[in-house]
Structures are given as structure tokens and as C-alpha cells.
Write a protein that binds this ligand. Structure first.
Ligand code: FES
Length: 98
């Protein structure tokens, strides 16, 4: 199955993980034990908000309701409903785990 790469720019040292086609970016992060907070996993609550630094993601037919205009303009996306269209690089998820 074709895979894409997610570069994790907020880790020191930087790391990258693989994501399977069709797998949500949130699932790929959780599988790799990358700390990210989640709640609805449905694009509604906005808890998983993460900056997309490069590359393209795809929401398919799902709507990122948990994202407001300002967050969109600032490059945030919702990993729980997004898959990778290309290799991507992401910044630190906005909501920190304790
Ligand atoms: S977990 Fe609620 S929008 Fe992603």
C-alpha cells in the first residue's frame, strides 16, 4: 500500500513517520506514540488542531467544522479527519497534553 511521509518538525531531533493511504493523520501519530490530544475524532471539537507547514492534506468528503477561518488562514488543520495527499510537515499540535 502506498505510503506518505509525515515530517514532525516540532520534535528534537526531528522525526518522520509513515502514513498509509487512507489512514488518518491522527491515527498515524497515535500509532507512532506521538503525543496529540483528541476528543471527537470527527472534525468537530478542534482539539487535535495542528499546523500544516508544508504539503497537502485531504478531508475527502468530511467537513472540518472544528476549524475557524482564522485558524485556517494560519495554516491549521484537523488531523483526525485528514489524510495525506502528499508528504507533509507538521508543527506542534496546538493543545498540549499534560
Ligand atoms: S479530535 Fe475533535 S476535531 Fe479532531
Amino acid at each position: 500500500m502506498p505510503q506518505k511521509k509525515i515530517q514532525l518538525d516540532f520534535l528534537d531531533p526531528e522525526q518522520s513517520i509513515q502514513v498509509n493511504q487512507g489512514e488518518s493523520i491522527l491515527d498515524a501519530l497515535l500509532c507512532a506514540n506521538i503525543p496529540i490530544k483528541q476528543a471527537c475524532t470527527n472534525g468537530v471539537c478542534g482539539v487535535c488542531l495542528t499546523p500544516l507547514l508544508s504539503g497537502e492534506i485531504d478531508y475527502a468528503d468530511r467537513q472540518p467544522h472544528g476549524l475557524n477561518e482564522k485558524e485556517k488562514q494560519n495554516g491549521y488543520f484537523l488531523p483526525c479527519i485528514a489524510t495525506c495527499k502528499t508528504d507533509i510537515a507538521i508543527g506542534r499540535p496546538k493543545v498540549r497534553l499534560r
